[in-house]
Design a protein around this ligand. Structure first.
Ligand code: BTN
Length: 248
């Protein structure tokens, strides 16, 4: 495995030629305070949320895992994946695409998935430690995406390591600006600005309602015929309101 030295002008990323999963590589380095993240040009066992596979061919994406030791406690850990998705969406917009957020932390362009976040957090002695895995599609693989994946790519020629370094800097800068006592409330306006339009119809299992924003814990608020409910885990099916469809 080829390990390049960290770039000098950026957070200390370990960069690998290939590995199983950068999340596993990041956990293995959790004890080393110099390591802020691990990236790779390819993964042969990339993991997605809910046990899914994250296809990670060489040259096609950013495969990056950040090592995070936030000042806030485990009860605020929900801020981390929301912030990661937000930083990716904001960076993608700076790179020229109309990226939007889908709760909890998918980044979509035109309804297709551009990036995903796999956040693994643990409590250690009352503190939160986490690995935040980011998969961002830079270029469509030559064989295309499987139809069931509904994915898209930035279509940039930028090298993965360069984009990863920028994302790491974006994330750690944004994290350091969050208040310890209410990080989710502080990031909520930025998330909501790129999130679904208020009133978009959403479904999770039998629960169907219209989107009404995020609660103080980062949960998704839905107004349903039987009142307001907050979802705190799982996937939602999202049917965008016409205003956002036009925006895309
Ligand atoms: C999702 O299912 O949407 C989350 C995908 C996360 C993929 C990234 S790629 C870098 C890191 N290493 C992994 O094995 N997974 C995450």
């Amino acid at each position: 495995m080829d390990r390049a030295p960290p770039l000098s002008d950026a957070p200390a990323l370990v960069w690998l030629d290939a590995c199983g999963s950068t999340n596993d590589e990041a956990w293995a380095r959790m004890g080393d305070p110099r390591v802020l993240g691990v990236g790779a040009d390819a993964q042969f066992d990339g993991r997605g949320r809910r046990g899914r596979v994250w296809r990670s061919p060489r040259g096609c994406g950013v495969y990056l895992s950040l090592v995070v030791r936030p000042r806030f406690g485990p009860e605020q850990a929900g801020a981390l994946p929301l912030l990661a998705g937000l930083c990716v969406a904001e960076r993608a917009r700076l790179m020229g695409v109309n990226a939007r957020l889908k709760w909890p932390n998918d980044v979509l362009v035109g309804g297709l998935k551009l990036a995903g976040v796999l956040c693994e957090a643990r409590a250690e002695a009352g503190r939160c430690v986490a690995v935040i895995g980011i998969g961002l599609n830079l270029r469509t693989p030559p064989e295309g995406y499987p139809p069931e994946v509904l994915a898209t790519a930035l279509g940039t020629s930028a090298p993965a390591r360069e984009v990863a370094t920028q994302l790491a800097a974006d994330f750690f800068e944004a994290l350091s600006a969050l208040p310890d006592d209410a990080p989710i409330c502080a990031l909520r306006p930025r998330w909501q600005a790129l999130g679904p339009p208020l009133g978009a119809v959403m479904r999770q299992g039998d629960v169907v309602g219209t989107y009404a924003g995020l609660d103080d814990a980062g949960g998704l608020l839905l107004d349903t015929p039987s009142g307001r409910v907050a979802l705190h885990a799982g996937e939602v099916e999202q049917h965008n309101a016409p205003a956002q469809a036009r925006d895309e």
